[in-house]
Design a protein around this ligand. Structure first.
Ligand SMILES: NC(=O)c1ccc[n+]([C@@H]2O[C@H](COP(=O)([O-])OP(=O)(O)OC[C@H]3O[C@@H](n4cnc5c(N)ncnc54)[C@H](O)[C@@H]3O)[C@@H](O)[C@H]2O)c1
Length: 251
């Protein structure tokens, strides 16, 4: 077995890798030795720069996770080019808040199409190859919102709780084939998607008041957990939901 966190020679796909947590995950997995396919929505050149560094590399791969056919084509083409995908991180996601009495069908579909349906069909497309290859590490970027209620977040919480359910079931289905499926459940992480809220002093303080370790998360906090779960060394861990939340959900 390779050492903890060593991803040398592995091929990894990270969705939503153009910015925020996903960008940090792509860098962390590449720094751990993997060749990383960095999922972006539009033109690769515009959203992510290819990086060649030592044995590791980051290559943009363009598909919208809401497009099931395009997802499958992109995954199959990546496997044809690189031989396999060993690691999948389902990170692409949207965060929106709503008054539950005002949620529309469009609001519901917007979040579910990316956060849950998108993640499932990326996982299906990659899972076919992993099951055939008898090896895989799949990590869902869930949220503390999958474990506790959050104000104005009924729809978001439902999508993330759905990811936990998917992971548990796929963990059972694919354990015999050497494929593990786990979730990481972060608290508030400072990214371009959350900066607008977290830069508001009152809001920031209200978040800090709920995090016993006393700081807002950084993408690197999530990357540390994902790198471990993406490695061969985590092979006996499957179907788990790992909070990266500074203690928010233990209260
Ligand atoms: N930032 C936080 O506080 C926090 C906390 C818990 C969980 N999360 C989860 O972590 C993930 C990343 O969050 P972030 O804050 O970095 O978000 P972000 O908004 O900064 O980045 C989201 C990424 O997803 C991509 N994306 C969105 N829709 C897509 C689509 N249809 N197809 C392909 N890619 C798409 C975007 O292009 C972007 O790269 C999300 O799943 C989010 O729910 C974030």
């Amino acid at each position: 077995m390779s050492s903890i966190g060593d991803l040398s020679g592995r091929i990894a796909l990270v969705t939503g890798a153009s910015r925020g947590i996903g960008q940090s995950l792509a860098t962390a997995l590449a720094d751990a030795g993997a060749t990383v396919l960095a999922g972006v929505r539009g033109e690769p050149g515009r959203e992510a720069q290819a990086r060649e560094a030592g044995p590791a590399a980051i290559h943009p791969i363009a598909f919208d996770v809401r497009d099931v056919d395009a997802t499958r084509r992109a995954v199959d083409a990546a496997v044809a080019e690189h031989g396999r995908i060993d690691i999948l991180v389902n990170n692409a996601g949207l965060g929106r808040e709503h008054d539950p009495l005002e949620v529309t069908e469009a609001d519901w579909d917007e979040l579910h199409d990316v956060n849950l349906k998108g993640a499932f069909f990326v996982t299906q497309a990659v899972g076919r190859h992993m099951v055939a290859a008898r090896y895989g590490r799949i990590v869902m970027i869930s949220s503390q919102a999958s474990l506790v209620g959050l104000p104005r977040s009924a729809v978001y919480c439902a999508t993330k709780a759905g990811l936990n359910g998917l992971a548990r079931t796929l963990a059972l289905e694919w354990a015999p084939f050497g494929v593990t499926v786990n979730c990481v459940a972060p608290t508030w992480i400072y990214t371009p998607g959350t900066a607008g809220r977290l830069d508001l002093p009152d809001f920031r303080q209200s978040v800090l008041d709920r995090i016993p370790v006393g700081r807002i998360g950084q993408p690197a906090d999530v990357a540390a957990a994902v790198t471990f779960l993406a490695s061969e060394a985590s092979g006996l861990i499957t179907g788990a939901v790992l909070p990266v939340d500074g203690g928010w959900t233990v209260q």
